[in-house]
Design a protein. Structure first.
Length: 259
């Protein structure tokens, strides 16, 4: 279990995280959802160990990790800007971490992941020859082959298109469940957060607005921010899609019920 106790972080007198308390169970998929600038990446960086908190504790399976350097924590991240090696080809990027730890993933597992992420035909390309979405998939593969204790993902799906996005969402879910991998995913998309995760952590202005299961958030929003910012976005999207298919909302819902 990963536990954050009263984490506080400021940059130049500006409070970014203001007393974050939470517990994430092993094998759980948690999304961190909130508007731009609310502190999502900062929270991930604190868990990863590349940013220090001003106060508070980070505890993993009973061990205080607050002052442990990143490489000793055994967590791994897919950065928002991918952070790939430009001088290595796609395959070498994906397998980079396995050079010194070849037993972590079998050749078969690496191949599987490459196929699933649709990267097979790009393996010998240089990073600069890839599109944004392709880079994102390479970054995802590179991190997943290492099977980290905790997988941290910063907006991993934002540059992907519809169909592949859904299949990668499924893959993340399958891998997380299969390997009992604790997965923490940052997103600003409520639909993605609510369909992908076991629980959603909604952050607003450095504080937790609500932390709960998707159904709980939908049915029992705890405050105005969750209601207005998160649920309203979803309702607008839902209505837009219903309208697009030429029905009004009530009729569509009845159709779904009788089919
Ligand atoms: N190294 C830094 N120095 C100073 N201020 C910073 C630093 N990193 C982040 N901040 C500030 O902290 C706040 C939170 O930033 P953070 O990157 O965590 O937001 P975010 O929720 O990930 O946003 P986005 O959705 O746009 O990625 C922002 O106001 C940002 O300007
Ligand atoms: Mg961010």
């Amino acid at each position: 279990m990963l536990k954050l106790e009263n984490i506080k972080k400021s940059y130049d007198q500006t409070v970014v995280l203001d007393g974050i308390n939470l517990e994430i169970q092993d094998g759980e998929i948690v999304s961190i959802l909130g508007p731009s600038g609310c502190g999502k990446t900062t929270l991930l960086n604190l868990i990863l160990g590349i940013t220090d908190a001003d106060s508070g504790k980070i505890i993993y399976n009973g061990e205080d990790m607050t002052n442990l350097p990143m490489e000793k924590r055994g967590f791994n991240i897919v950065f928002q800007d991918y952070a790939l090696f430009p001088n290595l080809n796609v395959y070498k990027n994906i397998t980079y971490g396995l050079r010194n730890k070849p037993d972590i993933s079998t050749k078969e597992e690496v191949k599987d992941l490459i196929n699933l992420l649709g990267l097979r035909e790009h393996l010998s390309k240089k990073i600069e020859q890839l599109s944004g979405g392709q880079k994102q998939r390479v970054a995802l593969a590179r991190t997943m082959v290492m099977k980290p204790k905790i997988l941290l993902l910063d907006e991993p799906l934002s540059a992907l298109d519809g169909v592949i996005k859904e299949s990668i969402k499924d893959r993340i879910k399958t891998i997380a469940k299969e390997y009992h991998l604790t997965t923490i995913i940052v997103t600003h998309d409520p639909e993605e957060a609510l369909t992908l995760s076991d629980r959603v952590l909604i952050v607003n202005e450095g504080k937790i607005a609500q932390f709960g299961e998707p159904e709980k958030i939908i049915n029992e929003p705890e405050n105005e921010f969750v209601e207005k910012f998160i649920l309203n976005q979803l309702r607008i999207k839902k209505n837009n899609i219903f309208n697009l298919f030429g029905g009004n909302e009530g009729k569509m819902e009845r159709d779904i019920l009788v089919s």
